[in-house]
Design a protein around this ligand. Structure first.
Ligand SMILES: [Zn+2]
Length: 247
């Protein structure tokens, strides 16, 4: 049974520091049993970043991410927690920079410029992956936008009210190929690796990870797409990039 104090020292061992603003993608299942479950984990995060730090978590209303099970409501119950406004891809935040991160989130390109992720990048924030793979690493979508990958402009119909739909530009699609950047980041020594409870964990600076992803995409716009032959978004994305080459 993991206690808060132990999780705090696990986070500190990966050089999570007081004053850090960070996004957390975590599997509570992978961490293992904790005294008060998700609250123990959240308390450990808040203690590690201290009063000047900020914890940001995605509260996406998407089906596909089954790995991360650290629920945004757990954070939103806390006093002072705020949420960005987006019908599909909102974020929850708590801490010194929570309002800055979540204010004025754009409807189009929800994981691009001016999004909570872009603001976190601006603050030189960090990303924690705990017991989850890179498919959860939403900040890499920033690189797709900023490298102007042709497929990053895709549109999707989003339900904005009970019976109102609106077309959203810049829809982030499949992230199953994001793991392709992991060996590159490791080789560049940009990953601080450790364990949180039983879960293997990584901590990295957003600016470094996103710059590296951007370089990969500028070299080859297909470099972060997945290789599943039946993946519709990635097949379509390859068609987009090849059509651009021809032009
Ligand atoms: Zn894919």
């Amino acid at each position: 049974m993991w206690k808060r104090e132990r999780l705090v020292s696990d986070l500190q061992a990966m050089r999570v520091r007081e004053g850090d603003s960070l996004i957390v993608h975590a599997s509570l299942r992978a961490i293992g049993r904790m005294e008060e479950g998700a609250d123990t984990f959240l308390d450990a995060l808040l203690e590690a970043v201290g009063a000047q730090g900020t914890v940001l978590i995605p509260a996406f209303r998407l089906e596909r991410d089954r790995e991360s099970d650290f629920p945004a409501p757990c954070l939103l119950q806390r006093e002072g927690a705020v949420s960005s406004r987006h019908p599909l891809l909102p974020f929850a935040a708590l801490g010194a920079n929570a309002a800055f991160l979540t204010a004025g989130a754009p409807f189009h390109y929800p994981l691009g410029t001016n999004s909570p992720l872009a603001r976190l990048y601006q603050l030189n924030g960090g990303a924690l992956l705990i017991g989850v793979g890179y498919a959860a690493h939403a900040a890499l979508h920033l690189a797709e936008n900023w490298a102007d990958a042709p497929y990053a402009r895709r549109r999707r119909l989003v339900r904005v009210e009970e019976d109102a739909w609106q077309e959203m530009e810049g829809s982030p699609e499949c992230s199953a190929g994001f793991g392709k950047i992991e060996p590159v980041l490791r080789q560049a020594r940009l990953l601080r690796e450790g364990y949180v409870g039983n879960a293997p964990a990584q901590y990295m600076r957003l600016q470094q990870a996103v710059s590296m992803a951007r370089e990969m995409l500028c070299g080859n716009p297909e470099s972060l797409l997945c290789d599943a032959p039946d993946c519709e978004p990635c097949t379509q994305a390859r068609r987009f990039t090849r059509r651009q080459d021809v032009r």
